[in-house]
Design a protein around this ligand. Sequence first.
Ligand SMILES: NC(=O)C1=CN([C@@H]2O[C@H](COP(=O)(O)OP(=O)(O)OC[C@H]3O[C@@H](n4cnc5c(N)ncnc54)[C@H](OP(=O)(O)O)[C@@H]3O)[C@@H](O)[C@H]2O)C=CC1
Ligand SMILES: O=C(O)[C@@H]1CCC=N1
Length: 264
Amino acid sequence: MRIAVIGAGAMGEALLSGWIASGVAPTDIAIVDAYPPRVVELEERHGVTGVDLAAAAGQAETLVLAVKPYQMDAILAELAGHLHDDALVVSIAAGVSLDRLQKALPGVSVVRVMPNTPALVGKGMAGIVPGAEASAAQVDRVQELLDAVGRSIITDEAHLDALTALSGSGPAYLFYVAEAMIEGGVHQGLTRPEATALVNQTFVGAAAMLAESGRSATVLREMVTSPAGTTAAALRSLDDHGVRAAFLDAVQACARRGAEMATE
Ligand SMILES: NC(=O)C1=CN([C@@H]2O[C@H](COP(=O)(O)OP(=O)(O)OC[C@H]3O[C@@H](n4cnc5c(N)ncnc54)[C@H](OP(=O)(O)O)[C@@H]3O)[C@@H](O)[C@H]2O)C=CC1
Ligand SMILES: O=C(O)[C@@H]1CCC=N1
């Protein structure tokens, strides 16, 4: 068993389906989930295998802990003392510190990761924080897994809440903006499918320009903004509504919540 995903929810499924799309054999991936119908659903959809936590602890090369933060202590307590000697534990939980993971699993190689859901389509962005017991080869293995479903950076734990506030939670902000733009189009008389197609492709095009043009977001925005034109009017309205400040506050609220979760 190469990889065991413990907690096959939204993020666990995004990662495992991204790995399968990148060439990992479904038979190399096991899942553990508290809800049996969910295990059956993922077995049927992806060809992975449901196992129990003891089997994952005893056999998996890499265990990816993808349960909700408040469920983590119970999982760690069950894993403690049952992991095989070479096990590598990767936690993706927001607000669960390396210190807490390492105290629950003394001597075990642990790495903390903050991925995001675009891993599902091979466009993920992840931050990796190696624990003190993890070898360079194990950190490389984690980075290979994340690079197979997008990109990653090695960072330090002090920056992980800020990273979460941009890339971890960030897709949700963009989906929120997309929803609002679609609603705006509907208010202007477009059908919902028309508005959805226009907005979705505009996000695809804008994201590709950010990724491929070599130009900054500022320059790309200026390219759209003709003097005294339509875009300038729209951006003036966004500024009047404090949208830029709202994003600054949202990023701060997200990072603050990550820090707060670490104390719960
Ligand atoms: N969603 C995202 O975009 C991201 C999430 N994360 C992190 O990923 C983790 C999971 O989040 P998310 O996928 O959104 O949450 P979900 O609720 O979708 O997934 C968590 C899964 O774990 C299952 N689970 C709970 N207890 C156990 C157990 N004892 N044994 C096995 N499985 C169990 C849950 O089952 P049940 O529902 O029945 O309790 C659920 O299927 C969180 O820690 C989050 O911080 C990190 C980055 C991005
Ligand atoms: O909302 C959350 O807590 C998780 C962590 C990052 C994205 N989703």
